[in-house]
Design a protein around this ligand. Structure first.
Ligand code: PLP
Length: 392
C-alpha cells in the first residue's frame, strides 16, 4: 500500500502510552499511581450531565450545523466578550470535537513544505507532530525554567523569519504549568506589528486554572492582531469533560469558511448532547470550577514542597494548569529512563520531559490531577526509589 508520506512523520502523545501501560500493570495486580495523564480527576458537574441526558430524552440527537448549535456559539461569544471586555462575533465561533481539533485545523491551514511554524518547547506534543505532518518546518520557542517557564517575547520575536506563517503560544501552559506575564505578552503582540504575515494560534485551554491571584491574559485582548488570531479553548479541563470531546475556536474571518468546510468533510458536527451540556456549563453555576481550582491549589502546594524534598530534585512553583515540572538533573538520571523505571519498578506513572520537546530533557512532568493521599503515596514511592536505585 502506498500511504502518503506525511504519515511517516506524524507523532503522538506519550501520555496515552503511559496510561495504557499503567492500566496493564494495574490489571496484573500491581499498585500503580497515575500522575501521568493530563485530565481532572473530578466528575463532570451534575447539572452539566443532566443537560446532556435531557437533550437525549428530548430527541436532541440528530446532526446540528457543522459549526455548532447557534445558542452555544452565542454563549461562547458572550462569555468571551464579557470576560475580555471586547466584542466577539458568534459567526466566527466554531464548536469543535475537542481543543485538539482546533490545533489540527489551524496547522493544516498554514502548514506546507517551505514554511516555518513556531511552537513552544517543552510544549503540547501534538503541535510539533502536526507541523511535521504537513511538511512545514517546526521552529521551537524555548520555554525556560530560569524564566519561570514563561516564554520570552524578545527570544520569540527573534525567531521569526520571512518563512514564518504561524506562531503557536500557550499560557497557562502544558507541561510546565508556566504563566507568561502580561508585560511579555504585550511586548510580543507589539513586536508582531512588524510581521503582518504571521498568524497566531493562542491555546488558552487552561485559562481558568490559575493560582496565586494570577489573572488570565487572553490574546483576544489585543485588537491589533485580531484579524490573524485563532483562539483555542474548550470545556475539557475547566469542567472536567475530557471524554465528552468538546472544544471551541474563534477564527479570523479569512479562515472561517475553510474550517466550516473541513468540519463538514471530517466530523459533520460535534456530538449533539455534548453541545447541550456545553451550553449548561457556560450558562450555569460556576462554583464547581472554583472548588476544583481550590483543590488543585492545595495539591500544588503539597506536591511542590514534597518534590523539593526529594534527593536531587528541585521544582519551581507553577502558576497555572495542574502540572509540576521538576528539574531532575542532580539525580543523575536522564528523564525518560527515570520515567520508565518509576513506572515499572516504583509503580508511579509520570511523563519524561523529552516527550514534550528537546528542551524537556532534565525534567519530568507530574500531573497533580489525583487525590492528595495518592499524591503523598506516589511521592513516598519516588523518595524510596531515588534513595535506593542508582541511575540507569
Ligand atoms: N491544548 C493543551 C495545551 C492541552 O494540554 C490539551 C490536552 O491535554 C489540549 C489542548 C487538548 O484538549 P482536548 O482534550 O479538549 O482536545
Amino acid at each position: 500500500m502506498d500511504i502518503v508520506e506525511g504519515f511517516s512523520r506524524i507523532g503522538e502523545e506519550n501520555a496515552f502510552a503511559v496510561l495504557a501501560r499503567a492500566q496493564q500493570l494495574q490489571a496484573a495486580g500491581k499498585d500503580v499511581i497515575n500522575l501521568g495523564i493530563g485530565q481532572p480527576d473530578f466528575k463532570t458537574p451534575e447539572h452539566i450531565v443532566d443537560a446532556a441526558v435531557a437533550a437525549l430524552r428530548n430527541g436532541e440527537h440528530g446532526y446540528t450545523a457543522a459549526t455548532g448549535i447557534p445558542a452555544l456559539r452565542d454563549a461562547v461569544a458572550n462569555e468571551l466578550s464579557t470576560r475580555y471586555n471586547t466584542s466577539v462575533d458568534a459567526d466566527l465561533v466554531t464548536i469543535m470535537p475537542g481543543g485538539k481539533v482546533t490545533m489540527f485545523a489551524t496547522i493544516l491551514l498554514f502548514g506546507k513544505p517551505g514554511v516555518e511554524i513556531m511552537y513552544p518547547d517543552p510544549g503540547f506534543p501534538i503541535y510539533r507532530s502536526m507541523i511535521e505532518f504537513t511538511g512545514a518546518t517546526p521552529i521551537p520557542i524555548p520555554i525556560r525554567e530560569e524564566n519561570g517557564f514563561a516564554f520570552s517575547a524578545d527570544e520569540t520575536l527573534a525567531l521569526i523569519t520571512a518563512k514564518t506563517r504561524l506562531m503557536i503560544i500557550n499560557s497557562p501552559a502544558n507541561p510546565c504549568g508556566g504563566v507568561t506575564p502580561k508585560s511579555e505578552i504585550t511586548k510580543l503582540v507589539n513586536g508582531l506589528g512588524q510581521h503582518p504575515n504571521v498568524a497566531i494560534m493562542s491555546d488558552e485551554i487552561y485559562d481558568r486554572l490559575l493560582f496565586d491571584g494570577e489573572e488570565h491574559v487572553s490574546l483576544l485582548s489585543y485588537p491589533s492582531i485580531r484579524n490573524r488570531l485563532v483562539l483555542l479553548n474548550g470545556w475539557s479541563k475547566t469542567y472536567a469533560m475530557t471524554g465528552w470531546r468538546l472544544g471551541y475556536s474563534l477564527w479570523p474571518e479569512a479562515c472561517f469558511e475553510a474550517v466550516r468546510k473541513l468540519a463538514v468533510n471530517a466530523w459533520s458536527c460535534v456530538n449533539t448532547p455534548s453541545q447541550h451540556a456545553a451550553l449548561a456549563a457556560l450558562t450555569g453555576p460556576q462554583d464547581s470550577v472554583a472548588t476544583m481550582v481550590e483543590t488543585f491549589d492545595e495539591r500544588r502546594k503539597f506536591v511542590v514542597a514534597a518534590l523539593n524534598d526529594l534527593p536531587g530534585v528541585r521544582c519551581i512553583t507553577p502558576k497555572g494548569a495542574f502540572y509540576a515540572f521538576p528539574n531532575i538533573v542532580d539525580t543523575g538520571w536522564k528523564a525518560k529512563p527515570l520515567a520508565n523505571a518509576l513506572l515499572e519498578e516504583a509503580g508511579v506513572a509520570i511523563i519524561g520531559g523529552p516527550d514534550f520537546g528537546t528542551l524537556g530533557e532534565g525534567y519530568i512532568r507530574i500531573s497533580y490531577a489525583n487525590s492528595l493521599p495518592n499524591i503523598e503515596r506516589a511521592i513516598d514511592k519516588m523518595a524510596a526509589f531515588l534513595k535506593q536505585q542508582s541511575p540507569a
